[in-house]
Design a protein around this ligand. Sequence first.
Ligand SMILES: C[S@@+](CC[C@H](N)C(=O)[O-])C[C@H]1O[C@@H](n2cnc3c(N)ncnc32)[C@H](O)[C@@H]1O
Length: 269
Amino acid sequence: MQNLEATLQAALTFYQAGDDHTTELVCCQILESHPDYEPALNLLGKIRHHSIQQQLSAANAGLAYHLWYYNQQVWTTTTWAGVKALKSPCDLWNYQEIIFELKPSLILEFGTYSGGATLFFASLLDQMSYDSKILSIDIDHHLMDESLRHNPRIELMLCSSISPQVSQRISQLRQEFPGSVFAILDSNHEKNHVFQEMLLLRSLLNKGDYLIVEDGNINGHPVLPEWGEGPYEAIEQYVSLYPNDYELDRKREDKFGFTFAPKGFLIRC
Ligand SMILES: C[S@@+](CC[C@H](N)C(=O)[O-])C[C@H]1O[C@@H](n2cnc3c(N)ncnc32)[C@H](O)[C@@H]1O
């Protein structure tokens, strides 16, 4: 008993010094021989409580930053090489990591806008220096940076992302640039449009290809709660119809603490 009390005292000393890890180890050691020893159980409870609080405050930090970055419109002024890229820098960094792992020979971008993200993807492919291409599609080129037209890696299409010529061109490009594909949906964010884009890609993406569905954060996930059904709901509808098409890459999604693409990091199965 004396030994037990001395061990508990040691655990308390570690606890008071803020060393939760060692306290936990010592408590577990006590409980191995005395599973009902209340002082050790109480101490363990305090440590668990502390650790859960830390986890919650980390999750809140991501949420608070997400709301600040979005609601202050910082994303509308974010640029790559001087050209607007309407994204979160954390997502762009995540895409960079995915692209370097995947080494796609073809990047598909639905929604060019100014083209900062398109140029960002082109720079990444330049770093990897092999034969690869970006197909970027938009219905409007008025705000697009002219430099995109002179970049040999970038092919532009001026049409709706769900039109038949898009799937035809993707099929041709897959033949010309065999290898994996990184696709990103960032055009019209209405649920039905995004769902149609996912359907269009259904027969065009192969096992291991990567699909990002951007801006599922709107409609209250957590921004713009009044927006109406968007990409997040499109993903849910698609997954309920075709549950075996994609694996959700939660590790990537969670990596930087917040993303504009919740549930939108998808690996084709
Ligand atoms: C959110 S912006 C794209 C942002 C861009 N990807 C970026 O990261 O900076 C949406 C773009 O989608 C385009 N768009 C809207 N409806 C479309 C459609 N049906 N097909 C293709 N693009 C469309 C808009 O013209 C607009 O340029």
